[in-house]
Design a protein around this ligand. Structure first.
Ligand SMILES: NC(=O)C1=CN([C@@H]2O[C@H](COP(=O)(O)OP(=O)(O)OC[C@H]3O[C@@H](n4cnc5c(N)ncnc54)[C@H](O)[C@@H]3O)[C@@H](O)[C@H]2O)[C@H](O)CC1
Ligand SMILES: [K+]
Length: 513
């Protein structure tokens, strides 16, 4: 089962793996043609009703595979306004092949005739809102032509929908125009790659066609995993996330790297709460950070009130970098996590505390293999076996996990979703790259998802968490871009790369795909 959002990501990942959408469209069209053939006889009239997006494009391809049927392609709108290059190329190929087609400039002129089969390729997953003309009339004509919804009581044409009946939301099965809005009532649906939750709720007979998307496009992160992370063009300071890094004491570099990575990964503000003994040093590394000194030389339970107060205004807390493993510091983390209900990335020595703590916080834990074992998790040499172990352990602890390794493994807090990341290189075993990753994930988890943005200041912490990028998605995207930045750094510096090389390359990795 796959959501439309994930489907779009997998599509982009497939293209990055060398299987571009045009190739997928060829398979989609072929699958539709097979369904048409099984529903008709040679010589039968087949009407393909096509919109100007890729859903229509699938039907242009299908028409080429139906040489022994009496095919007519109806294009809704002008050919010049076909929206995508691949659909346009297939429209042109149709002409070159002399396949009969007509363009429907005015919906009043639309005449479907009385074919044996109607292919509904008006709209696929690209639909939004109430159907506009000429799509609306076309959908009504399709429904009137036959099928269960037809005036002829089921004796008319067989309606085969491409990917999803036009006007239906593939995620919910509801009309996109709202309750009772017009949508195609299909007899059959040929959907691509995987089942869609909304289609299960329809009466139509749904088949899933394998269109050749490689399994790796789902198993591994890719550019598709960055979709939906774009910041809104009219956002103001603070809207793209404020991150608080809590750490330092025995070390100064780690919290600084995390906080600077958070800024480069798009956070508007990065603060560091650290022992006063190292505050000047951490500030000295960078003018971009806001440093909040805590009395003493290492984190301890006395800092709880102050850190809880600082954390309350933050989108994400990154806790652990460079804090060391003194018992008092671990006790501080226990108290902090037990009380916290926001979102936190937990790294380094703070990780071992996680399995002991009952918390309402939404945690993203970023252990390497050794730290995972320290948390009570298991690991394995085989990447797929390791992925399975991490998935099960994420469900057990109830938090998102990002386990670092040659192949990173990301698992959702319910253990339902697991993904691997294979960007990165052996040069990244140098100290500090994990701190960069924690800050990067923190920044991505701090962004507001533009699709669920919630701007009312009275909203609760839970509402605010819900409006942000999904934690699994933030972790997967973070692992992917951290590895890309590492690969760019290795290109320049080989195995001599250092963690700060990654930080400067994060913006390109994130936004210049
Ligand atoms: N990986 C795959 O699954 C592949 C899927 N393919 C097919 O592509 C469509 C999705 O294509 P897309 O171009 O994104 O969108 P659509 O064709 O569904 O529609 C875009 C088109 O529709 C217009 N539009 C949007 N809303 C409305 C409305 N309410 N009323 C009227 N018109 C509307 C919009 O302006 C655009 O012009 C997917 O379903 C598959 O069929 C490919 O084969 C590649 C592989
Ligand atoms: K359709």
């Amino acid at each position: 089962m796959i959501s439309s959002e994930r489907m779009a990501a997998v599509d982009a990942n497939a293209a990055a793996l060398g299987v571009p959408s045009k190739q997928l469209m060829e398979s989609s069209g072929n699958a539709v043609a097979r369904a048409v053939r099984s529903a008709s006889d040679p010589g039968d009239a087949v009407a393909l009703v096509c919109g100007r997006g890729n859903n229509g494009g699938d039907a242009f391809v299908a028409a080429r595979f139906l040489a022994d049927r009496d095919v007519t392609v109806h294009l809704l709108g002008r050919p010049e306004s076909i929206g995508t290059a691949i659909a346009r190329e297939n429209w042109e190929a149709l002409h070159a092949a002399e396949i009969p087609s007509e363009t429907v400039a005015d919906s009043a002129d639309f005449d479907l005739g009385s074919p044996a089969v109607v292919v509904d390729a008006v709209l696929g997953t690209g639909v939004s809102g109430t159907l506009r003309e000429p799509a609306r009339t076309a959908v009504e004509e399709i429904n009137a032509s036959g099928g269960r919804g037809g005036e002829s009581g089921g004796d008319g044409a067989i309606v085969i929908a491409v990917d999803v009946p036009s006007g239906v939301d593939a995620d919910t099965g509801e009309p996109t125009g709202g309750d009772g809005a017009v949508a195609v009532d299909a007899d059959r649906v040929v959907t691509f790659h995987d089942a869609k939750p909304g289609l299960e709720r329809l009466e139509a007979d749904v088949t899933v066609a394998d269109i050749g998307i490689p399994a790796a496009a789902e198993r591994y992160t890719g550019p598709g995993d960055l979709l939906g992370l774009g910041r809104s063009p009219d956002s103001h300071k603070g809207e793209n996330g404020e991150v608080l890094v809590v750490g330092g004491g025995p070390y100064t570099g780690a919290p600084s790297l995390s906080a600077r990575a958070a800024l480069r990964a798009g956070a508007d503000l990065a603060r560091v709460a650290c022992p006063a003994s190292v505050a000047d040093e951490i500030q000295g590394y960078s003018a971009d950070l806001i440093v909040r000194p805590l009395p003493g030389e290492s984190l301890g339970p006395d800092h709880f009130d102050r850190v809880a107060e600082l954390a309350a205004d933050q989108d994400v807390v990154v806790i652990g970098p460079g804090m060391g493993n003194a018992e008092a510091s671990l006790e501080f983390v226990r108290r902090f996590l037990a009380d916290f209900s926001g979102r936190a990335v937990v790294d380094a020595d703070a990780l071992r505390v996680v399995p002991e703590v009952e918390t309402d916080a939404e945690l993203i834990c970023t252990p390497h293999q050794g730290e995972l074992r320290g948390m009570g998790g298991e690991t394995a040499a085989d990447p797929n076996e390791r992925a399975e172990l991490v998935r099960a352990f994420a469900a057990e602890v109830g938090h998102t996990l990002l386990v670092k390794g040659r192949y990173d493994v990301i698992a959702s807090d319910d253990g339902e979703t697991v993904r691997q990341n294979r960007t990165g290189n052996p040069g990244m075993t140098v100290g500090g790259t994990g701190d960069v990753l924690a800050g990067t994930v923190g920044a991505l988890a701090a962004q507001t998802d533009p699709r669920t943005a919630q701007t009312d200041p009275r909203t609760t912490q839970t509402d605010r968490n819900a409006a942000r990028t999904d934690p699994f998605q933030a972790a997967a995207a973070g692992a992917y871009v951290n590895g890309l930045a590492g690969d760019a750094a290795a290109e320049a510096n080989g195995h001599g790369l250092v963690a700060t090389d990654l930080i400067d390359r994060l913006p390109d990795a994130l936004y210049d795909e």
